[in-house]
Design a protein around this ligand. Structure first.
Ligand SMILES: Nc1nc2c(c(=O)[nH]1)N[C@H]1C(S)=C(S)[C@@H](COP(=O)(O)OP(=O)(O)OC[C@H]3O[C@@H](n4cnc5c(=O)[nH]c(N)nc54)[C@H](O)[C@@H]3O)O[C@H]1N2
Ligand SMILES: Nc1nc2c(c(=O)[nH]1)N[C@H]1C(S)=C(S)[C@@H](COP(=O)(O)OP(=O)(O)OC[C@H]3O[C@@H](n4cnc5c(=O)[nH]c(N)nc54)[C@H](O)[C@@H]3O)O[C@H]1N2
Ligand SMILES: [Mo]
Length: 752
């Protein structure tokens, strides 16, 4: 490795140039082809060489020596550092013990998390392949991001939500050319589009929104936060959790003012009449008038009516952020938005209809042909049991308990060993105090991590993993036209090993070495997978350089940014629904679903419905906890990644919580004050950011802090998940419902 190097690499937040000197990363620079580069990688040099890197394999003393593994000491114990061979022997022996005594169905390997970009060294692919080789594991289904949507949308539009999100949306250029009115529920926040799974090289979202504003498109931002959309947008500061009510008010206007596209409803949808009976109040005695909606969502009735009229008279695209479905009954605004778009009759027209997740990640809306990925085969899992991903604490706390999920009656497994590689559940899971109790249940917890995160600190066996800069890989993402050779830029920090090499060492000790490696080391795998990908791309008519050539060039742009991917979504279906049916039982858009209705769920009935959440500003609980907490994604990083570097910045922690001027004044809070945020579930510290850009009675505390509790359990870093609710969105989706939470805030006093 030369002393000084400058090389482009890829990451979830885009490509950037890394400068190294004497085996250390000294600085980063933007990638030349990116007009709007993310600032996230600026933390990298400090983070990669940070004191919080896990230097050596570490095993918790109480687990090694204590009675009953001293599980209650997790998080308050010391770690003993061991040589790799010894640590791997102990880990393999423990896996064999659990497998023999309890079977593979006692191993939870869902291991949710974003890990790092890079096609081969993707931690989740690695752990799943390994666990499949040793007989399987209980897995997890769907994501924290979109579990509610993933459950509801196949019933409504007949396709997997990810396929819908990536493939059946209006691309940005089509919106620019055709859309006149863009109504954004939850906004389209360029802050979030800095990242995309596997990478996003050209950050386009801000540029498109600016263009939309400049060309005079009407932009409506329906969100508790003004900053969720481009500054020129009309801001409708909605009460969180009430979008379905507002959409019903819009729908009522369309229905009662003769603005519904009957022809579209008749040809392309089923069940409108049953929904209409509800809309007009025939089934429940409550017409969903604009006044009714205004009372709930606190957007005035006149505005709702005016927007409905504009939507009907202009080419309108309704967009819905992913955040709306990370809430109790999160399936409803998703279903209702499709229903509203169907009533407008613009689904299948260029720049019209409904779209999901614009701005949530940078790859959505980009006009790029989707290529098949380059992925390590995971094998098959002999264990069919799974949980909806966000139900992990429920499972660990209630082995054997019954639960419902999307029409299935299921039971939670009895988990004895948890294996986590590439995620940080003590950052991402809701109600951390409850999660702490759940985390005490398993006999053994194994974690691979580059850093001593809150999760690593609470594990029994911690195996230090490399970061992408310490290994060679290929960068390639859906919705991105660039291909990168990601060179190994520095030697492994401390004794860190690649996840692949760790698993190969364990597999060999468990007599499945050959099955796991197939005789290849990581470099051979990389060439092998790359060659497969290249052959397939060439067969599809796309030129891709040979490995060595890519290596020499560092990166190439593939010729896949193309006009053929600006097809109008649902156009063929709209043209002839019989010839081109959707994958729903009726082949049509299901405004009423017989399937969902047959499940008999009162938290997700047969058509879109306003269901009153347990926690919202209209709840009785709001007397005690009068502020609605939203916990959006952090603008300065990806989740909890590289938090160590951010938390070193003076004043950066605890995290800033945005609070309206009026709410701050009522509590004697000034900008910059240290505050305590609390409810019945827990408490954290935060730093007040007093602002006019958030509606009164709502506060926003971004995710991403490394949970670090004081003696009384109050988190000192500002992790919102001390306060969030750990319940499924509904029995249908069982997704994460983090955005449904009421809290109170007080000035911090030393007594606290
Ligand atoms: N309150 C609230 N909570 C939320 C959300 C919310 O909106 N509100 N959003 C939820 C959502 S949508 C998500 S996606 C989750 C995100 O939650 P996570 O995906 O768990 O968050 P990350 O910080 O990305 O965790 C990835 C971890 O993998 C580690 N890692 C990186 N590279 C490697 C590697 O190569 N090998 C190994 N072994 N480890 C590696 C990183 O150091 C990091 O600790 O949070 C969820 N939590
Ligand atoms: N910089 C950065 N970008 C990221 C990530 C990151 O960690 N950092 N994480 C990525 C991941 S994993 C995901 S899943 C996506 C998530 O993408 P989203 O789910 O779209 O993002 P959030 O930031 O959770 O929420 C967006 C906005 O929704 C608003 N909101 C909350 N509740 C409601 C409501 O009830 N009604 C309305 N109308 N608005 C509401 C909030 O004000 C919030 O600012 O972001 C991705 N992008
Ligand atoms: Mo996510």
């Amino acid at each position: 490795m030369p002393d000084r190097q400058s090389r482009v690499t890829s990451s979830h937040w885009g490509a950037f140039r890394v400068l190294t000197e004497n085996g250390r990363i000294t600085s980063v620079e933007p990638f030349e082809a990116d007009n709007d580069p993310s600032g996230i990688p600026n933390s990298l040099p400090a983070a990669v060489h940070h004191a919080t890197r896990v230097a050596r394999p570490s095993i918790r003393r109480g687990w090694l020596e204590g009675k009953n593994r001293a599980r209650e000491l997790r998080g308050n114990d010391e770690f003993i550092e061991l040589p790799w061979d010894e640590a791997l022997d102990i880990t393999a022996t423990e896996l064999v013990r659990v497998r023999n005594e309890h079977g593979n169905q006692a191993i939870f390997g869902g291991s949710y998390g974003w890990a790092s970009a890079g096609r081969f060294h993707h931690a989740l692919g690695q752990v799943h392949r390994f666990l499949n080789c040793i007989g399987g594991y209980v897995s997890s289904l769907a994501s924290y991001s979109t579990a509610g949507a993933q459950a509801i949308m196949p019933h409504v539009l007949g396709m997997h939500f990810l396929k819908l999100g990536w493939g059946a949306q209006n691309a940005w250029p089509m919106i620019a050319e055709n859309t006149e009115t863009l109504v954004m529920f939850g906004g389209i926040n360029p802050k979030n589009s800095q990242v995309s799974m596997g990478g996003v090289t050209r950050h386009e979202t801000s540029g498109w929104l600016r263009k939309f504003a400049d060309q005079g498109m009407r932009l409506v931002n329906v969100s508790p936060q003004k900053t969720d959309a481009y500054e020129g947008s009309q801001w409708l500061p909605i009460v969180p959790g009430t979008d379905t009510a507002m959409m019903l008010g819009l729908a009522y206007t369309l229905e009662t003012e003769g603005l519904v596209d009957r022809d579209f409803l008749e040809r392309c949808t089923t069940g409108y009449e049953r929904f209409k009976a509800y809309l007009l109040g025939e089934t429940d005695g409550q017409a969903k008038t604009v006044d009714w909606a205004a009372e709930i969502c606190e957007i005035d009735a006149k505005t709702i009516r005016e927007i409905a009229l504009t939507m009907a008279r202009t080419r309108t695209l309704i967009t819905v952020a992913w955040s709306l479905q990370r809430a109790q009954h999160g399936e409803q605004p998703y279903w209702m938005a499709t229903t509203l778009a169907a009533m407008l009759g613009q689904i299948g027209l260029a720049g019209g209809g409904v779209g999901y997740g614009y701005g949530a990640i940078g790859g959505i809306g980009v006009a790029v042909r989707r290529l098949g990925g380059m992925t390590l085969p995971q094998g098959t899992n002999p264990i069919s049991d799974f949980i909806p991903v966000a139900r992990i604490a429920d499972m660990l706390l209630n082995p054997g308990a019954d639960y419902e999920f999307n029409g299935q009656h299921r039971q939670y497994a009895d988990i004895r060993l948890v294996y986590w590689c590439g995620g940080n559940p003590f950052h991402h899971h809701q109600d951390i105090n409850r999660f702490n109790r759940a985390w005490r249940q398993p006999e053994t917890i194994i974690v691979h991590e580059p850093w001593w995160t809150a999760t690593a600190k609470r594990a029994d066996i911690v195996l230090p993993a490399t970061t992408p800069y310490e290994r060679e890989d290929i960068g390639l993402a859906q919705g991105d036209s660039f291909l990168f050779h990601m060179d190994r830029l520095i030697p492994p920090v401390g004794e860190a090993r690649n996840d692949y090499d760790i698993f190969a060492g364990l597999a060999q000790r468990m007599d499945v070495g050959e099955a796991f490696t197939e005789g290849r080391d990581s470099s051979q795998w990389l060439h092998h997978l790359y060659d497969q990908f290249r052959q397939k791309a060439i067969a599809d008519g796309i030129e891709v350089p040979e490995f060595e050539q890519l290596c020499a060039q560092n990166w190439v742009e593939l010729p896949i940014a193309g006009s053929q991917y600006t097809e109008v979504p649902f156009a063929a279906f709209r043209e002839n629904p019989d010839a081109d049916p959707l994958g729903t039982p009726s082949g049509l858009i299901e405004i009423f679903s017989e399937t969902i209705d047959s499940f008999g769920y009162d938290d997700c009935p047969g058509h879109p419905t306003w269901l009153v959440p347990e926690e919202w500003l209209g709840a009785d609980l709001a007397e005690q906890f009068p502020l609605h907490l939203v916990s959006p994604q952090p603008g300065d990083k990806l989740h909890s990644q590289m938090e160590c570097a951010i938390s070193d910045i003076p004043g950066a922690r605890p995290t800033a919580i945005e609070i309206n001027i009026k709410d701050a004044r009522e509590r004697g809070i000034n900008d910059g004050d240290l505050v305590r945020v609390f409810n019945d579930r827990g408490a954290c510290q935060a730093r007040a950011h007093v602002s006019a850009h958030i509606r009164p009675s709502v506060v926003a505390l971004p995710t991403g802090a490394w949970y670090d509790p004081a003696n009384d359990g109050t988190d000192t870093q500002g992790n919102p998940n001390l306060l969030t609710r750990d319940r499924g969105t509904s029995r249908l989706g069982q997704g994460c419902s983090a955005h449904t939470a009421l809290v109170e805030i007080a000035l911090w006093s030393s007594k606290d």
